[in-house]
Design a protein around this ligand. Structure first.
Ligand code: G1P
Ligand code: ZN
Length: 540
């Protein structure tokens, strides 16, 4: 029986950098998820289609997934593929959408944000190509939510998600699958598993932190069962609805235990972590944390050592705030380097058109054309395969890289939960002052360009404007933008970069190498006055 339920529309269902993201309590209001999904189903026209559904296992996902399944039946969806236990990492979901020729994917995740009743909840919608839906579609969904005042839902019992199975309900096949096997099989087509297993057998030690999030089962299958890594090398590998009370963001701040073990106390050769939904990564070597921008550049420069990329790279891409280290690698390889706004949807378009093979963001997202999302475990496997070939410590690989290309010292400062109006004001003031900045900074920075980043997609011609203010100099760069994934107030991100060319000292601490740029960045935008903060909440 199909019920039509009336309810008042919610007017705040805006989709940000990665879909709908709200405090959990907010998303648990009556009919909130159902009304949103009604708009999604109507916009995507899902009758007869295949959908992929899964998420990072966070609190309230179970209930939301049951609602989505019942609504899928009501909307005459032909086939729903759901991850067992409601679990699918974002990259595994992307792979599954492609493999099953699904029309769309629904990924329940607020990525690296904390989970639980006081944490966050999120719904990401992916397109048939496996990547995030383009802005035109997310805008259309948002517009629909504002007038959606009913939803259709089947009156049926919950589907058992704790075991694999096929459930035929009213012409809709709901198939519960183990999300791990297909994903690991995909990685096997790209990497030399034997060589990596050899590396582990040779005494090379590794530690992986799944942060009690979705990659636990994937990492157990991949590293432990397939590659022979001892079980004790995995940390926090059981997914939990509240991530064990931790913050599943793989940065030095939130993965402090791992960083201390590998970088601080040098107790392992290699450390890695992944976030809530498994699309981000952290790479750590004995004595050092690899900055995500450097990791991207090293991966691109060494990709030819990995079987899946032996044929070379069609091109590469980075998000605008990501350091220019990738550009230097691209120039030396003689391949194009595209610069896109923040968010994977822009890469998805380039990947789909075959214009790029590898891409990434400073926020610890790296990926390739094997899926249309960033992929945390893929990045870890790239490093492992490169290490298995080069048999050098991580620190030495970086040192060689900087010697060849120069080093882009890099840091991101986050000012979290600042007053939203004040943050807007800061950005608008900065935009107004853009024409004056070069002169203001004369003598301190040789500014070659100041702009508010705008991007035209080379594939479909769509435009994105107001993507962040950049102050570009030959020797340094400062970028300001507001986060599109926060759920409380606004988050101002300030990105700092300083270039140390070949032959210069590459052993400085980033904080020290960037101290002057940071002082300028704080001053130019009057950050303390607008935000009331003299120092950032997080530095990564
Ligand atoms: C953040 C990151 C961005 C990433 C996104 C989703 O977005 O900065 O690179 O694509 O999360 O993981 P932001 O909050 O900055 O809009
Ligand atoms: Zn994520």
């Amino acid at each position: 029986m199909i019920l039509s339920v009336d309810a008042s529309p919610y007017l705040d269902q805006t989709l940000g950098t990665s879909g709908l993201r709200k405090p959990t309590g907010h998303a648990m209001q009556p009919h909130y998820v159902a009304l949103f999904m009604q708009a999604v189903f109507a916009e995507l026209d899902v009758a007869g289609a295949t959908l992929v559904v899964g998420g990072d296992g966070r609190y309230f996902n179970d209930e939301a997934i049951q609602t989505i399944l019942k609504m899928a039946v009501a909307h005459k969806v032909g086939h729903v593929v759901v991850g067992r236990g409601g679990l699918l990492s974002t990259p595994a979901a992307s792979a599954l959408i492609r493999a099953r020729r699904a029309k769309a994917g629904i990924i329940l995740s607020a990525s690296h944000n904390p989970g639980g009743p006081d944490g966050d909840f999120g719904i990401k919608i992916n397109a048939a190509h496996g990547g995030p839906i383009p802005i035109a579609v997310s805008d259309a969904i948002h517009r629909r939510t504002r007038t959606t005042s009913h939803y259709a839902i089947a009156d049926m019992p919950d589907i058992a998600l704790d075991r694999d199975g096929r459930h035929q309900v009213d012409g809709c096949l709901i198939e519960v699958i183990d999300g791990v096997t297909d994903y690991v099989a995909l990685l096997e087509t790209l990497f030399d598993f034997d060589r990596i297993a050899d590396l582990f057998r040779s005494g090379f030690t590794m530690r992986f932190d799944a942060m009690h999030a979705v990659t636990g089962p994937y990492a157990t299958e991949l590293f432990q069962r397939r590659l022979g890594l001892p079980a004790a090398s995995l940390m926090n590998q059981i997914p939990m609805p509240d991530f064990g009370g931790l913050h599943p963001d793989p940065n030095p701040h939130h993965a402090a235990d791992l960083v201390d073990f590998v970088a601080g106390r040098a107790q392992a050769d290699f450390g890695a972590a992944s976030d809530g939904d498994g699309d981000r990564n952290l790479i750590v070597g004995r004595g050092l944390v690899v900055s995500p921008s450097d990791s991207l550049a090293v991966i691109a420069a060494n990709a030819h050592l990995v079987p899946g990329y032996r044929g070379g790279l069609a091109g590469v891409a980075r998000s605008m705030p990501t350091s220019r280290a990738l550009d230097r690698v691209a120039a030396s390889l003689g391949v194009p380097c595209h610069v896109t706004p923040t968010g994977w949807k822009f890469f998805a378009s380039l990947l789909e058109a075959g214009l790029i093979t590898i891409c990434g963001e400073e926020s610890a997202g790296t990926g390739s054309n094997h899926v249309r999302e960033k992929d945390g475990l893929w990045a870890v496997m790239m490093w492992l395969n490169i290490l298995a070939e080069r048999r050098q410590p991580v620190a030495e690989i970086l040192r060689d890289h900087w010697q060849a290309h120069g080093r882009d010292y890099y840091q991101r400062l986050d000012f979290e939960e600042v007053d939203a109006a004040a943050a807007e004001d800061l950005m608008e003031t900065l935009r107004r002052r853009m024409p004056l900045l070069a002169a203001d900074l004369a003598g301190r920075l040789t500014v070659t360009e100041v702009n508010d980043f705008a991007y035209t997609d080379p594939v479909d011609g769509s435009m994105a404007t107001r993507q962040g203010v950049q102050i570009i100099a030959d020797e340094a760069r400062i970028v300001y933008r507001l986060s599109g994934t926060g759920t409380r107030g606004a988050t101002l991100r300030v990105y700092l970069e300083r270039f140390a060319p070949r032959g210069e000292d590459h052993r400085r601490l980033p904080a020290e190498a960037l101290a002057q740029v940071q002082a300028l960045a704080m001053q130019v935008a009057d950050v303390s006055r607008f935000t009331g903060r003299t120092s950032p909440s997080v530095i990564s």
